[in-house]
Design a protein around this ligand. Structure first.
Ligand code: ADP
Ligand code: MG
Length: 240
């Protein structure tokens, strides 16, 4: 589904991504971990064409999308992204946040888009919040609306960038449960998170990134069985 091959990215003189390679097979959930500043968000942003890569290739369903900004709108329709800070439209209700893109981009009627929104709100377990505005929702509820909004475009791949790191502890679980359900249903996902309970539950593969490089890729079994390299283990010892 996604194959990242030797991606390089610099900001000014700083080399941020140094030949990163990673792949996500159809139906797989891959968890990307690593210290703050190691380049995880930059890597996701390159995949979603929010940043141009300086070198290397990104293949999505076999097509090289590196630098394909002409098709960025189509590619972003097929790759959903969920951010740390939800990024909901504050002046729109939960349902309206979800309806916007299906109406504007997919051409759905208001009634059909509303049906889609209600279905998705049920899926993320907040059917009763359709008419609530973001400032009337908890962080966990807002993030679930953001997930529903991404799903409304029927993406083939979901990218999550630390989706629970801005949440109070009691809300983390409800968001991770929704993500884990989606993974179990076969949604292909690349997830930046340090929630190792989620990784243990949902990940097929764990990738550890440090200082712009992928320094370990391991199956979930190997990873949690303790057979990872020393740098990854040291990081894990800090966060577990
Ligand atoms: P992570 O998500 O792993 O914490 P990031 O990808 O956000 O790491 O950042 C990696 C490095 O790139 C950091 O040193 C950050 O300051 C730098 N960086 C990220 N985005 C930009 C930008 N737009 N301009 C300059 N530097 C950036
Ligand atoms: Mg980040």
């Amino acid at each position: 589904m996604l194959e990242i091959v030797g991606i390089d990215k610099s900001f000014g003189q700083s080399r941020i991504l140094k030949g990163c390679s990673l792949d996500v097979r159809r139906g797989e959930t891959v968890v990307l971990i690593g210290p703050s500043g190691s380049g995880k968000s930059t890597l996701l942003r390159c995949v979603n064409l929010l940043e141009p890569a300086d070198g290397g290739d990104i293949f999505f369903e076999g097509a090289n999308i590196t630098g394909d900004f002409a098709n960025a709108a189509r590619i972003r329709r097929e790759i959903g992204m969920v951010f740390q800070n939800f990024e909901l439209f504050q002046h729109l209700s939960a349902a309206q946040n979800i309806m916007l893109a299906p109406m504007k981009v997919l051409g759905l009627s208001r009634a059909d888009a509303h049906d889609v929104a209600l279905d998705l709100l049920r899926k993320v377990r907040i059917s009763d919040k359709a008419d609530a505005f973001p400032d009337e929702l908890s962080g966990g509820q807002q993030q679930r609306v953001a997930i529903a909004r991404a799903l409304a475009m029927k993406p083939k791949l979901m990218l999550y960038d630390e989706p629970t790191s801005a949440l109070d502890p009691e809300m983390i679980r409800e968001v991770l449960d929704v993500m884990a359900d989606l993974s179990a249903e076969g949604m292909t996902s690349l997830v930046v998170t340090h929630e190792m309970g989620f990784a243990r539950r949902a990940a097929d593969k764990i990738v550890f990134m440090e200082d712009g490089r992928i320094v370990e890729t391991a199956s979930s079994e190997a990873f949690f069985g303790g057979s990872v390299n020393e740098r990854a283990q040291r990081f894990l010892d800090q966060i577990l």
